[in-house]
Structures are given as C-alpha cells and as structure tokens.
Design a protein around this ligand. Structure first.
Ligand code: SPV
Ligand code: MG
Length: 443
C-alpha cells in the first residue's frame, strides 16, 4: 500500500505510529502522544481483543469502546485496529517514519515486540523513539483498579464465555493453590508468531486432594475446595473452571451451583458417575459406577434452573469411553445431556491414541455444531491445540502437570539434602531465595 503523506505548511509531515493496549488513558499515554506529535502526524493502533488476550490482560471494555476512548484524545489523527502483537502488517500498510513506545519493553517478554519492530525498521526504514515509561503512584493506582475489576466475581465469571468467542481453543491449566494460581496468571511464553499465555485455570479434584495428601474420592468437601478457590481468586484474575466430581446428590448440587457462581467461578464440570467416585484414569481397574441417563439429566436440569446468572456454565462430563461402554453410549448420553441443558460436554479418554476422542468429537459435531466440547489430554498428550481445533474442540484442560512437575522436584531435593547432610548440593538447582520473594506482589 502507498505510504500516506500529509501536508503541513508546505512540508510533508512524517507518519508517527504507536500502539495502545489499554482500557484507561492516563498521563503516561498523554505524554507519549505529546511526544509523538513533535515528530509528525500520529496514528494510534488499538490492539485487538484477540491479540490482547494472548499478550496482556483481558480487556475490561470492548474493542469499540477502546477505539472511541482513543479517538477522543487530542492530537491523534488516525485510529486503527492492530490485530497482532507483531508490527509486520503496520509496516507493510503504513510505512511509518517513526515508531514511538515507552522504554519498558526493553526487558522481559515485551522485548519480543521491540525486536520485531527493529526487524521491520531494518526492512522498511524508519526510526524508533523510546520515551521513559511513566510509572508513578497515580498510574499505579489506575493499574490496580483495572486489576480489581478483572478479579471481581461478576466480571471473572463471564470471561470464559467471552474467551470462547475470542480464541479458537481456550487453554486451561491446573491450579491447586495461590502459588500455582500466580504461575498460571503470569506465565507468558515467547513463540515464533507472538506471545501466549493460559486463558484460565482448572481447579482439579485430583490435585486439590493430592495437595492435601488425600485420595481423589470426593473426600475433600465443598467448604475445603472453596477455600482453595478463594486463595487462588485472592491473587489472580483469570477465569476458573471447577471440577465438581459427580456433583453429589441433586439436592446438594443446587447449593453447590449457587456457591460457585456467586464466588465468581465461570463453570463447573460434573461427571456422570455415582457412588464412590474414583479417578477416571484408573478406568476399569477399579469399580466405578456410571449414573443412569435420566438421573444425571435431572441433576443438570436442577443446576440450570437454580443458577441466577446467564454466564455460569454447567458442563457435563461423560465417562463412557473411560468405562469402555462404547462410542454409541457416549454419543447417546452426551446428546441427552445437551438436551437437558448442559452448556458443554467434556469427553474423557485414557488412551494414548487420540482416535476415539477424535471420532467422538467429529461425530458429535456433525449434528451439533455449537455446544462447546472440552477435552483433558492427560493420556493423549501428543495432540496439539491446533489439532484439537480441527476436531471442533473449544477448551483444552492441562489437568495435573504443575502438580506432577512439583512432586519429583521436591522429592529429589529432599533426598539430596538427606544424602549430603546439608543443602549446598541443591542450591544450583533450586530457585534463588530473592527470586521467590520477588514473585509475590505486595499490596
Ligand atoms: C481432575 O483433574 O481431577 C480430573 C481429570 O477430574 S482426571 O484426573 O483425568 O480425571
Ligand atoms: Mg477430578
């Protein structure tokens, strides 16, 4: 595309570009715009919602509202959507003479974006202007308010449904404590095509029980499970999906639904088993009883009738493949669960080969294009999110990997300290004390 050139007092003005990824305009942004105006005509890119959720926080206002907010800032000539954290398209289309940005992107994962801008400047020409990032008490307060909104129960609860519209596959990671919550909240990976992070958290019954040294048999009661949820919610903002095992008796499940939705949990996943629940990955090695369709449907219906908000989801989890009841049984049951009001279907398998999962999803999708499908690829761990997307899967849950990573690391360190009669030998492999302190933000 041809470069835009604007005339001012008989001279061509330089084209200046900056990208905003914010819900609030504060003095830092105004500073940046004032600085940008000194170089020429200013275009502001508004990072799309789709790109924002991969790179930063979930936006608290809509894309259109963010565009409108920026249009109102004096001194800006053009506002456009930037649909990727990478600037390639911006350079191809606008050929900006100047890119202006705060200097906070020189370190950490944000340096990926800076490197991408420098590569584009090498290819297309242009100049990078970096101005000191404004981070005073006022800006800090605005930032804190934004975080507070994200953590509020009503806002957090509705995010799962919003996420399913924004991203092809929602990625949830297991949490079982405030600390694991922080890890899922803050981990950002640098990939070839940009940055990525987990969309939300899975409050696994297995890991919540294991963390307490208890078996995964519905022994840890709702009050204790909610205590874990509260600790996680205290320090995070991402949406939470709660594993509610069998949901218990219908008369009890309705109370569970109220408790979960009021506290800001986005969804619960309830499995179609009854009696003494055992972990699904035991399969047929232990006695596990499947609920009958009518009773499980009645439980779903009771939950749906009880919930007060529109955004809370009750997801039905089917165990037919786990219990070797066959594909027909799985499909028949899941269709009945959707009919009863389930907001999504989790189909489980304990085979390494994903063939039965794919067959289920393809067949289910051929008659039901909309109901969200959820999988837990603990056994079929070779499958990537891109492959799941091709089979119409909407949510992927990494259900226990943080717990499984932590246990052998702790066992190894404990053994080495015993063997060496001191801790010097493990110092190299454990996190420096100063770093662990820095992980935790103080209010
Ligand atoms: C959990 O994480 O507790 C689950 C998934 O229910 S599974 O362990 O595969 O049954
Ligand atoms: Mg479980």
């Amino acid at each position: 595309m041809k470069k835009i050139e604007t005339h001012k007092k008989g001279q061509f003005m330089k084209q200046v570009y900056t990208c905003f990824c914010t819900d609030v305009i504060h003095e830092g942004h105004l500073n940046l715009i004032n600085e940008a105006r000194k170089y020429g005509e200013v275009t502001v890119g508004v990072l799309s919602e789709r790109a924002m959720i991969r790179y930063d926080r979930f936006p608290t206002i809509s894309e259109e509202e963010r565009m409108e907010m920026i249009r109102k800032v004096p001194g800006i000539s053009h506002v456009r959507i930037q649909d990727s954290i990478k600037y390639d398209e911006v350079f191809e289309e606008l050929h900006p003479d100047v890119i202006i940005h705060g200097d906070n992107w020189k370190t950490g994962h944000l340096s990926f974006i800076r490197d991408n801008v420098l590569k584009n400047i090498e290819k297309y020409g242009g100049e990078l202007v970096e101005i000191p990032y404004t981070y005073n008490p006022n800006v800090k307060k605005i930032d804190a308010r934004r975080l507070e909104k994200l953590a509020m129960p009503e806002f957090r609860r509705g995010r799962l449904r919003k996420l399913m519209k924004l991203t092809p596959v929602v990625k949830l990671m297991e949490v079982h404590s405030g600390l694991t919550g922080l890890i899922v909240e803050k981990t950002v990976a640098v990939e070839e095509d940009g940055l990525s992070q987990f969309d939300g958290m899975w409050l696994s019954s297995l890991c919540d029980s294991t963390d307490r040294g208890k078996p995964d048999i519905e022994l840890v009661d709702l009050t204790s499970r909610m205590r874990t949820a509260d600790e996680i919610m205290d320090v995070t903002t991402k949406p939470i999906v709660m594993d509610v095992d069998t949901g218990g008796m219908i008369e009890h499940f309705v109370y569970t639904v109220r408790t979960l939705e009021r506290s800001g949990i986005s969804a619960c996943i309830m499995e179609d088993k009854t009696g003494l629940k055992k972990n699904s990955l035991f399969g047929t090695e232990v006695v596990q009883t499947q609920d009958d369709i009518e009773h499980f449907c009645a439980k779903i219906r009771a939950g749906k009738e009880t919930q007060r908000s529109d955004d809370f989801m009750i997801i039905a989890r089917n165990e037919s493949l786990i219990l070797e009841k066959g594909m027909e049984d799985a499909l028949k049951r899941c269709r009945a669960y959707v009919e009863a009001g389930a907001d999504g279907i989790m189909i489980h398998s304990r085979r390494r080969d994903p063939a039965e999962i794919f067959e289920f999803c393809d067949t289910f999708r051929s008659t039901d294009p909309d109901t969200p499908l959820i999988v837990v690829p603990t056994s079929f761990c070779d499958v990537t999110t891109e492959e799941f997307e091709k089979h119409g899967i909407n949510i992927v849950i990494y259900a226990n990997q943080l717990m499984r990573a932590a246990v052998p690391a702790m066992q190894d360190v404990a053994t080495k300290i015993l063997v060496n009669h001191r801790s010097a030998e493990v110092e190299e492999e454990i996190m420096p004390f100063k770093e662990i302190i820095k992980m935790i933000d103080e209010i």
